[in-house]
Write a new protein. Structure first.
Length: 242
């Protein structure tokens, strides 16, 4: 029974294990293990790190123009429990898990369980076949998610877009200037303008400096005819000063 389950799982993921015991460990939920050390929890811990390393390396190499903040947001979304659980569902891993009677009776397994088995499986592949096989397995299923999130994130990071344009086409780096701030300490608004090569672009207000800088970058991109105006990109900031 155990060997049949492992054979079906290997067929589903397209990988044959040299040491099937590693796969069995990755598929063993704590609800059926004699103790937690025999469950897939330790595998999950290792797989999470391997997954993060592979995704970070891919992002770093594929998107050299993206800033650290963008890369962090993309990575967090891509390696989230929701995404990992969805891939587990797509692979049909729920059909191959070794579960206790209580949890196996559920019509749908929790997202946390499905996400954990994907990370555990990554660890098992890494330990059995090495980092390159694990990398190919991860990117086979995650690349579409990564590229979709990366495109969406970069599209609305106007500071990054402006920096890329300014350095490539204007041989300069944008400089953000705080022009004014108004309102009480608990509800301040900030006015920021961006300057490129001595040229100051229309300023913008925001409820914090980061958002004001994004708005100022957006104004600069509009002024440079690099983007078209998008309705509702930013919510208006109400003045706190009479």
């Amino acid at each position: 029974m155990r060997d049949d389950a492992l054979a079906r799982c290997q067929a589903a993921i397209g990988i044959q294990f040299k040491n099937p015991d590693l796969l069995a460990s990755a598929l063993t939920h704590a609800s059926i293990a004699n103790n937690r050390l025999e469950s897939n929890e330790r595998m999950e811990f290792l797989g999470d790190s391997v997954l993060g390393m592979v995704v970070c390396t891919y992002l770093f190499e594929k998107y050299p123009e993206y800033l650290e903040g963008e890369l962090t947001k993309i990575k967090s979304t891509v390696v989230s429990g929701k995404t990992c659980a969805q891939i587990s569902e797509d692979l049909g891993l729920s059909e191959h898990l070794f579960l206790g009677n209580g949890i196996s009776a559920r019509s749908k397994l929790p997202t946390s369980v499905m996400a954990a088995v994907f990370e555990s499986l990554i660890a098992a592949i890494y330990l059995d076949a090495g980092v390159e096989v694990a990398r190919k397995f991860i990117l086979k299923f995650l690349t579409p998610h990564i590229d979709h999130v990366a495109t969406s994130e970069h599209h609305h990071n106007f500071k990054s877009q402006l920096q890329q344009h300014a350095q490539r086409d204007m041989s300069s780096t944008p400089v953000y200037e705080l022009l004014d701030e108004k309102g009480p300490d608990h509800s301040k608004c900030f006015e920021v303008a961006v300057c490129i090569a001595g040229r100051r672009f229309p300023s913008a207000w925001g409820p914090n400096k980061k958002e004001a800088e994004q708005k100022a970058a957006y104004n600069a991109l509009l002024d440079l005819n690099m983007i078209q105006q998008e309705i509702g990109v930013f919510e208006s900031v109400q003045s706190v000063v009479t």
